[in-house]
Design a protein around this ligand. Structure first.
Ligand SMILES: [Zn+2]
Length: 492
């Protein structure tokens, strides 16, 4: 999918296009009951939406921005509300109760939508099992001011741990804590530093660090820990209500399942708190020694154990990459509305990542040490015996490094939030690209003919106008659909 980008510059005038490269965003706080979605509030922070990102039409939930005539100006999809619904459906059936009915706050989520010129309404849609989308509610954007919730009052401080440039063209990650008392804020800050270091040390985040900003937001809780973080522990008074939901279901139903699932009941307050900084993704660090992690609307990892930073990167793999677990130690929860993540398949003979499979690799692939470090199709995966993952070891399993299939998907997704270059300046007769990273290829053309291919951010003599520049991330990590990594700039 080609995308057009505008830029403000003095010399050549860019062609006017319908949509800008990036637009300010507003966070809407909403509730789903599984079928309908209603918006209760809005949060105006320093949000930005990368408008010229490639389309992403394969998740269970999407929003569309409509103009006054009802035309779709922009749409984007994600999986969060359907993921939580599928999870609660599964556990509701196990426990014999309607969990959303019993705990309706678990249906709360947030979605950031762009404020586009002419955009009047947001339409929410939920994907049907047959992959068509059904309307699930809408919101009139003229109500934002009246519905404004404001920022969370309890933010003590915030800091950019890794800053590489304007958040309008960066993937912004916010790290926030829950269950840390004011006496424990030093520990939270050390854990946030540790997680940022782990993430930025890991491919593909390391090579794309210039496209990423990481912020820390400090909020103190009245009590340490998380609700139900031990079999005899009860509800704890923490800022965002982090809870072990399966443990809560055990208490309601008398069951005794063990699960590492954890999330926040106060989803909206997390959004109100992190909105003191720009954010695309959030990870909540929860101060308990019960090892756990989960990713729905936010990534969550508990901190008081040795593997916490690794777990945090894994959970961000879910939210940033929309990747699925490659292990099978939990419960097999499938939902036709969600489909399968890009690193999971039910077709072990012909996986969607064939472009990473060397000829001669048996498919499905035996899980023996002969096939260590090789891309194939290995069962089990996604907590299901009959599903396949790309590699024996991966950070989405118990491994340290992301496998090539997950890496490719992460790169694509990072590029959905940040473009390869920030802009092009003109000095003398030369065009000077500037941006976050040097791994770019620029193809310069006039009237459809390429007159120059340049690498990195070197100045290029452009001569007469008009001309077009096609900037692409230069990476071996993405083998198909490299046009998704492109950005097109036109000058008259
Ligand atoms: Zn993987």
């Amino acid at each position: 999918m080609l995308a057009l980008a505008l830029l403000a510059c003095s010399a050549p005038e860019p062609v006017a296009t319908a949509l800008p490269a990036s637009a300010p965003g507003v966070v809407l706080t909403a509730t789903t009951n599984g079928a309908a979605i209603t918006v209760q509030g809005a949060i105006r922070g320093d949000q930005h939406v990368d408008i010229d990102a490639p389309t992403d039409a394969r998740e269970g939930f999407r929003y569309q921005i409509l103009n006054g005539a009802g035309d779709v100006l922009y749409e984007r999809s994600t999986n969060g509300p359907i993921l939580v619904d599928a999870f609660l459906d599964y556990w509701g059936a196990e426990a014999g109760l309607d969990v959303l009915q019993a705990l309706p706050t678990l249906g709360r989520f947030q979605v950031t939508v762009p404020l586009l010129e002419g955009g009047e309404r947001v339409r929410f849609q939920i994907r049907n099992p047959d992959q068509t989308y059904a309307d699930a509610g809408s919101y009139d954007l003229s109500r934002i001011d009246a519905d404004e919730l404001g920022l969370y009052e309890g933010v003590l401080d915030f800091e950019t741990l890794h800053g590489s440039g304007p958040s309008s063209n960066r993937l912004d990650i916010a790290i926030i804590g829950d269950g840390f008392t004011s006496d424990e804020m030093g520990d939270f800050r050390r854990k946030a530093d540790r997680l940022a270091e782990e993430l930025l040390g890991r491919a593909p985040f390391a090579g794309l660090a210039g496209l990423i900003d990481i912020h820390r937001v400090d909020v103190a809780s009245n009590e340490s820990g998380a609700s139900f973080d031990c079999p005899s522990c009860g509800v704890r008074d923490t800022a965002f209500g982090s809870i072990f939901p399966v443990e809560a279901i055990n208490r309601l139903s008398g069951l005794s399942y063990d699960s590492r699932a954890i999330f926040q009941t106060e989803q909206w307050d997390v959004a109100r708190a992190v909105s003191v900084v720009p954010w695309d993704f959030v990870i909540v660090l929860v101060n308990t020694d019960r090892p756990a992690g989960m990713a729905i609307h936010y990534a969550t990892a508990t901190t008081d154990w040795n593997g916490f930073a690794e777990a945090g990167v894994h959970e961000l793999g879910h939210t940033v990459g929309l990747l699925g677990d490659e292990y099978a130690t939990d419960f097999c929860i499938l939902d036709d509305r969600l489909g399968l993540p890009p690193n999971i398949t039910d077709d072990g003979a012909n996986p969607p990542w064939m472009h990473w499979v060397d000829p001669g690799t048996p498919l499905p692939t035996p899980s023996t040490s002969d096939y260590r470090g090789i891309v194939g199709a290995f069962a089990p995966a996604y907590n299901c015996a009959d599903l396949y993952r790309p590699q024996r070891s991966c950070a989405m399993n118990a491994g340290h490094e992301f496998c090539p299939v997950c890496t490719e998907q992460l790169v694509r997704r990072i590029l959905q939030h940040a473009d390869p270059i920030d802009g092009i300046d003109f000095e003398g007769g030369k065009a000077v690209p500037h941006g976050p990273i040097d791994d770019v290829v620029l193809e310069w053309s006039r009237n459809g003919k390429v007159f120059r291919t340049s690498y990195g951010l070197e100045p290029v003599r452009v001569g007469s106008r008009p001309f077009e520049v096609r900037a692409r991330l230069d990476t071996p990590d993405v083998r198909v659909g490299t046009e998704d990594l492109e950005q097109v700039w036109r000058f008259e």
